[in-house]
Design a protein around this ligand. Structure first.
Ligand SMILES: [Zn+2]
Length: 264
């Protein structure tokens, strides 16, 4: 499932490639992914110029001259910059560009391709907390202050801050030596600060390497952030890189978390 780094890489590459280009046609093979009737969607976005592409959590926000196109890959999917002669085997939607290239969008399961005239009209995006990478340390402390409940479920709550899923929650908790079930109101200032820096470091490392290796980018290439970057995540039974204790997998609400029982 794409998380913040993969979405940030898509948005960065789309911004670079699509700025100022015009959508000349739209082909929808899966109308269920739209939030408006197919005809209305095609009518309003055909002829639109792309103004900017920005990430917000797991959403890609494409600002156009005629409103906002919002993409969410759901459990996974691809956005490929290609042309009609080189379409991927599977796609749910195509945006033709005026110069002959196109964007082919595919979902492994369900995804969303939404249109709104104004960004604040979009219920799901407006309900999101700030994008994690946009937070300063002060913002992060303010978000956590006075909160009850476990620290990991807080990190995953997209309404508090957007972008972190199960893959990128685990190693930052390990780096900050915090057990995922710790109550937020028991964390010291030093621990909160360590967690903030660990989250940024892990996300930035993945962004710098083009996102997770199991996801494809805009050019159909795999990201470079592979399993070798994982510290404890998905390493059940292996030795902790710090102290050598066996890494355990524990249940944390609806998700599992890998931890070092000595370090955390
Ligand atoms: Zn350890």
């Amino acid at each position: 499932m794409p998380e913040l780094p993969e979405i940030a890489v898509f948005a960065r590459d789309m911004q670079k490639e699509l700025l100022g280009r015009r959508i000349s046609g739209i082909e929808v093979l899966q109308p269920k992914c739209l939030n408006v009737p197919e005809e209305a969607f095609e009518a309003v976005l055909t002829g639109a110029d792309i103004v900017a592409v920005t990430p917000h959590g797991k959403w890609i926000q494409v600002e156009t001259s005629q409103g906002w196109l919002l993409l969410n890959l759901g459990m996974g999917g691809e956005i490929l910059l290609t042309d009609r002669d080189h379409l991927p085997e599977k796609y749910r939607l195509i945006f033709d560009l005026a110069d002959g290239q196109c964007l082919a969008v595919n979902f492994w399961w369900f995804g969303s391709v939404h249109y709104v005239k104004q960004l604040h009209e979009h219920q799901q995006v407006s309900a999101l907390g700030p994008d994690v990478m946009s937070l300063t340390l002060d913002d992060f402390c303010a978000l956590l202050r006075g909160r009850r409940g476990g620290v990991k479920s807080f990190l995953l709550d997209q309404k508090r801050m957007a972008g972190i899923g199960n893959v990128y929650a685990q190693d930052p908790l390990f780096k900050a030596r915090i057990h995922p079930l710790r109550a937020i109101n028991t964390l010291s200032d030093d621990e909160i600060q360590a967690l903030y820096h660990a989250i940024r470091e892990t996300l930035q490392e993945s962004i710098d390497h083009g996102g997770a290796a199991y996801e494809l980018n805009l050019y159909g290439e795999h990201g470079g952030w592979d399993n070798s970057f994982l510290l404890v995540a998905y390493r059940e039974g292996e030795p902790c890189p710090t102290c050598g204790t066996k890494i355990e997998k524990i249940k944390t609400g609806s998700t599992s978390t890998h931890i070092c029982p000595s370090c955390q």
